[in-house]
Design a protein around this ligand. Structure first.
Ligand code: HPA
Length: 234
């Protein structure tokens, strides 16, 4: 038991997939894992453990944004000894060559969050993905012909910004996509010497304002899942 996760010791696998939405965790468990067992429903932030191709794997909802993912990932690393954490989520495109439905592997994560300002006392930390995981995910997605993009993303604490053009500064500096969790995930992985990766699908574009349909989201979700699952057991 940890403060926010009700699993007993040993009930969570060494590798965990992390969707923001707890119902997505349930969907992944029921549709992609063999023999899934729900280990926690504290605050409805569902977590499941099953197997994929015979290997033990967990999937845990994180909620949206830095403070929420921080709580779950802290406890997964510190209290449950999780070794590899793979975020699966959506992001908004900041780059003309990153199109709706594209797969983005978040190599590094810039952030406007206050978390690392507090943690590092004003110094800058560079939240970075695990090279081993990103290399594996890249190879898996490329072999399937899905042309993944890898590069920096932005993890913002603000979905609704005061300045609607705020994203343009990040875009000018080469960031590919905007989401809300990778920077904290990568920072905690560094703190605990664990591996982390964010695998993202582009659900909308800040450049054009277009968004994917529900049907398109389903197809791209399945692709992202295949990459995440194969990376998880590699
Ligand atoms: N902003 C933040 N997070 C997101 C977005 C966005 O535009 N799209 C998907 N996740």
């Amino acid at each position: 038991m940890s403060v926010h996760i009700a699993a007993k010791n040993g009930e969570i696998a060494e590798t965990v997939l992390l969707p923001g939405d707890p119902l997505r965790a349930k969907f992944v468990a029921e549709n992609f894992l063999e023999n899934p067992v729900q280990y926690s429903s504290v605050r409805n932030m569902l977590g499941f453990t099953g197997t994929y191709k015979g290997k033990k794997l967990s999937v845990q909802g994180t909620g949206m944004g830095t403070p929420s993912i921080s709580i779950y990932v802290n406890e997964l690393f510190k209290d449950y000894g999780v070794k590899r954490a793979i975020r699966i989520g959506t992001a908004g495109s900041l780059h003309k060559d990153v199109r709706l439905r594209d797969l983005v592997l978040a190599m590094s994560a810039c952030t406007d969050s206050g978390a690392n300002k507090i943690r590092f006392g004003g110094r800058d930390f560079a939240p970075t993905a695990s090279f081993a995981l990103i290399k594996t995910a890249w190879e898996i997605a490329s072999a399937k012909g899905w042309e993944p993009k890898a590069g920096p993303v932005v993890s913002s604490d603000m979905f609704y910004t005061e300045d609607p053009d705020e994203w343009k500064l990040w875009a000018k500096f080469g960031c590919l996509a905007l989401e809300m969790e990778c920077a904290e995930l990568y920072t905690l992985a560094a703190k605990y010497s664990r591996q982390a990766l964010g695998i993202l699908t582009i659900s909308d574009s800040l450049i054009t304002g277009e968004a994917t349909s529900a049907e398109e989201r389903q197809t791209t979700f399945t692709r992202m899942m295949e990459v995440a699952l194969e990376t998880a057991i590699s």
